[in-house]
Design a protein around this ligand. Structure first.
Ligand SMILES: Cc1cc2nc3c(=O)[nH]c(=O)nc-3n(C[C@H](O)[C@H](O)[C@H](O)COP(=O)(O)OP(=O)(O)OC[C@H]3O[C@@H](n4cnc5c(N)ncnc54)[C@H](O)[C@@H]3O)c2cc1C
Length: 379
């Protein structure tokens, strides 16, 4: 049986970014790399958005960019210019196709379409059991969902970013496609943190996503009713739903580093690369896959990949507050967007801010709940 140098489980955002970075780096030319996923052609199964300054690595597959974002709530509403940042949207099909092109060009990559049942560490290698066979690798990168690891503990808070989105098409120019609605808290809060997220791609097509940051998921019809009502309130009645997307992204400060080992590194959402306080994962995955490639050139023990960061603790406190006082989310976000500069907010969420910038964000939110959560965590 062949023992691959590297096996990548899952050809989604993280698996494919890692594979394509390896394919584009001659260091890996003499390494055998196996990718396994239950389906290769997933089409437009998701829409990724992220902010970044000016031009970026994925611009060739970007569908739309916005230079303004709208924040709406009872306490504060504003259209905010975000230059030099841009808010960018990628439809997944273009992204998958582009990455597969670079991977397919390399003969040292093998792809197997198969369902993975389990993997386990042997003495010096990792064994993967699929529905059709067994594979061995020296190093494993796993991006398969592993919700059981963070659901089976209660030391760290867990809420979900859950949503249903409708791409709707109208017959006249009604959408303002010069701005993306980042968070519109004008929807009924029902003691939760919920908002509408709106991405107008053209003046006639837009994605309306009803989103919650909360512990419990809703019935599918409840998300759809909220979108219908929102459209109605905007006087949009004559529309066609052209696509539907849904998601449930974990927001947790669970220490994912504890599930890595010498031979196994969990990547993507499965590796805790989702920003715990926002659910954003794409850009972090882009950064982290670069770091993994650099790491592999000099080091061997994958359990040493993780680096400590002050942002883990900030996210923990934020999630403690959001989990325990879910109905106060709208007021917290409104206060932050009102008082803090948007560039500072982005740098903070990108985990690139200085201590002074951190303080500006910390001072922008109502202090009571955060001080309570901080003291509770300290003791
Ligand atoms: C609808 C949606 C929209 C999102 N939008 C954004 C956004 O705007 N911005 C952002 O930053 N993040 C967003 N996210 C979060 C995150 O970026 C994505 O979930 C991203 O795809 C995570 O990448 P991943 O590689 O960890 O997981 P995935 O992309 O989900 O990849 C996992 C892969 O594993 C495969 N797989 C799973 N189980 C098995 C099995 N048993 N056997 C074989 N293969 C298996 C799947 O087929 C899949 O290809 C969104 C998520 C969703 C669901």
């Amino acid at each position: 049986m062949v023992t691959y140098d590297y096996i990548i489980l899952g050809a989604g955002a993280a698996g494919l970014m890692l594979a394509s970075r390896m394919a584009n780096d001659s260091f890996f030319d003499d390494k055998s790399i196996l990718i396994i996923d239950k389906s290769k052609n997933k089409g437009n199964d998701r829409t990724w958005c992220f902010w970044e300054e000016n031009e970026g690595e994925w611009d060739e597959v970007v569908t739309k960019t916005w230079s303004n974002i709208y924040f709406g709530s009872a306490q504060f509403s504003k259209t905010i210019p975000i230059a030099p940042y841009k808010y960018k949207m990628i439809r997944s099909e273009a992204f998958y196709n582009s990455l597969w092109e670079s991977i397919n060009a390399k003969s040292n990559f093998t792809f197997i379409e198969d369902t993975i049942n389990s993997f386990s560490e042997l003495k010096n290698e990792v064994q993967i059991i699929t529905s059709k066979g067994r594979y061995l690798g020296l190093k494993l990168f796993n991006s398969l969902p592993n919700a059981e690891v963070y659901k089976s503990q209660d030391k760290y808070p867990l809420i979900h970013q859950h949503f249903v989105g409708w791409f709707v098409k109208v017959q006249e120019d009604v959408f303002d496609d010069s701005k993306a609605t980042f968070m519109d808290f004008s929807v009924e809060q029902n003691d939760n943190t919920c908002f509408m997220y709106v991405l107008p791609v053209t003046r006639r097509t837009a994605l309306f996503e009803y989103t919650l940051f909360s512990k419990d998921l809703l019935q599918h019809s409840e998300y759809e009713d909220a979108i219908k009502l929102y459209l109605e309130n905007k006087n949009i009645s004559d529309y066609t739903i052209v696509e539907v997307e849904k998601g449930n992204i974990p927001m947790t400060s669970f220490k994912f580093k504890n599930i890595n080992s010498q031979h196994v590194l969990n990547i993507g959402t499965a590796g805790g690369w989702t920003k715990a306080s926002t659910g954003y994962t794409f850009k972090n995955t882009s950064k982290k896959t670069k770091e993994v490639v650099a790491f592999l050139k000099t080091k061997n023990d994958l359990s040493k990949f993780h680096k400590k960061s002050k942002f883990w603790f900030y996210d923990l406190i934020f999630l403690d507050v959001l989990a325990n006082h879910n109905g106060e989310g709208a007021a917290m976000f409104a206060s932050m967007f009102k008082k803090a500069n948007i560039k500072t907010v982005f740098r903070f969420l990108d985990e690139e801010s200085t201590i002074i910038e951190d303080l500006k964000i910390i001072l922008s939110v109502p202090p009571k709940r955060f001080i309570q959560a901080f003291i509770k965590r300290l003791f």
